[in-house]
Design a protein around this ligand. Structure first.
Ligand code: GUN
Ligand code: ZN
Length: 432
């Protein structure tokens, strides 16, 4: 048995601020100790108290001027789009045709996929993200390569092969049958292996035929503990296109509903232009939405209405949506989420943003019994944030009076430079 203790300020979310109030939503310890035994959280608390009861000889890692939090959870990202992040000038449908599809073509080669998967995971860890829900490409081997890379680092990751059998270049389509068979083979091989999980991944309604969506629903019924991951109501032209392709359905969400793709393990990226009825349906089916503010601003998609989704009890997490999103950092993503709320005349308290980036994301992914907080027994996936990461941050934090103000400054000024170290199951997987 190996025990190690990390001494720093500690912060974790224990509830949604909307349920319990801001103050009660987080636990904060100014001079804290995070005790990790064999890759799991053993205890967190005041160092004065815990130091007295730690077994003699326990290694103490001193982290002055640092804040330790759970690793961030990214509820929507595309690893094959790493190389086209920051591509100029288009909105969703043109961006897909001009940049995304050509880039994804290269993932037919497993070696290319493996190289990018490695770079992508390093980038996540550099930014303090320890769990993500990840799109592959249509190629089965893109997901093989991704899971192999994630397994080598013992990361908790969810991924899936994209299903797309129409309205895409011919080098990037599968068929209803091959998509079903490849997904099934990947589930059998990878789902539940170590800390890996599978997500059935129809790209979005326009690129799947009714036959393919129907088989996706069948597969989900056959494997009820795998995830379903897709895009929803991101862009106005996209929504019109869905209506023209599925005129018999009452709206975009109803297409997925009809094919039995809603449920507690279903995660829909964006949901920018939903109506009340759709929000209600997401809530009553236990489905989750990934709020992707950097992408929604970059692609000019619109402003997501977070309070409305939450009124309907929809679980929401933050997503970077790289490469439509412009940063791997959940700190930067929280910053943009704050601005999206400001543009709608609302605020986003730093504890709420922090909840969305950690425990809220874990809840959206139904993993809150394993990650997202420092509950005893959880996986020890945590990060060490450096209050002195940049001269400006350091100077700004001198004027901060409490943890709320410090956390807000970290969100507004922080990025990958702020992440000093990242741990997966108690093992250091990134050091700046
Ligand atoms: N809708 C369908 N495919 C995509 C994608 O790759 N990125 C985003 N942001 N939206 C999509
Ligand atoms: Zn996306």
């Amino acid at each position: 048995m190996t025990t190690r203790a990390y001494r720093a300020s500690l912060l974790h979310s224990i509830a949604n601020p909307d349920d319990v109030g801001i103050e009660a939503s987080c636990e904060y310890v100014e001079d804290g100790l995070l005790v990790v035994t064999d890759g799991r959280i053993e205890a967190m608390g005041n160092s004065n108290t815990l130091l007295l009861v730690l077994p003699k000889g326990t290694e103490i890692v001193e982290c002055p001027n640092c804040l330790i939090t759970p690793g961030f959870v990214d509820t929507h990202i595309h690893y094959p789009q790493t190389g086209i992040i920051a591509s100029y000038g288009e909105q969703l449908l043109d961006w897909l045709n001009n940049y995304t599809f050509p880039a994804e073509g290269a993932f037919a080669e497993k070696d290319t996929a493996a190289e990018v998967a490695d770079l992508f995971l390093k980038e996540l860890l550099r930014n303090g993200t320890t769990t993500a829900l990840v799109f592959g490409t249509v190629h089965k081997q893109s997901v093989e390569a991704f899971f192999e890379a994630a397994q080598a680092l013992n990361l908790r990751m969810i991924a899936g092969k994209v299903l797309m059998d129409r309205n895409a270049p011919e080098y990037l389509v599968d068929t209803p049958e091959s998509g079903y068979a490849d997904s099934k083979a990947l589930i059998e091989r990878w789902h539940g292996k170590g800390r890996l999980h599978y997500a059935i991944t129809p790209r979005f309604a326009p690129t799947s035929s009714p036959e393919q969506l129907s088989l996706a629903g069948k597969l989900l019924a056959e494997y009820p503990d795998v995830y379903m991951h897709t895009h929803l109501s991101e862009n106005l032209k996209e929504i019109e296109w869905v209506k023209s392709l599925f005129p018999e359905r009452s709206g975009y969400l109803d297409v997925y509903d009809h094919y039995k793709l809603l449920g507690p393990r279903s995660v829909f990226a964006h949901g920018v232009h939903l109506c009340d009825g759709e929000c209600a349906r997401l809530g009553e089916t236990g489905s989750a939405v990934a709020f992707c503010p950097t992408s929604n601003l970059f692609l000019g998609s619109g402003l997501m209405n977070l309070p409305r989704l939450e009124q309907h009890k929809v679980n929401v997490g933050l997503g970077t949506d790289v490469g439509g999103g412009t940063s791997f950092s959940l700190l930067q993503t929280a910053q943009e989420a704050y601005k999206v709320m400001q543009l709608q005349g609302k605020n986003l308290h730093p504890f709420k943003a922090f909840y969305l980036a950690t425990l809220g994301g874990a809840r959206a992914l139904r993993l809150d019994d394993r990650i997202g907080s420092f509950t005893q027994g959880n996986d020890a996936d945590f990060i060490i944030l450096d209050y002195h990461a940049t001269p400006l941050l350091s100077y700004r934090l001198k004027q901060a009076k409490n943890i709320e103000e410090r956390l807000f400054a970290l969100m507004m000024l922080g990025d990958d430079r702020t992440v000093k170290e990242t741990y997966s199951m108690g093992v250091k997987v990134h050091q700046r």
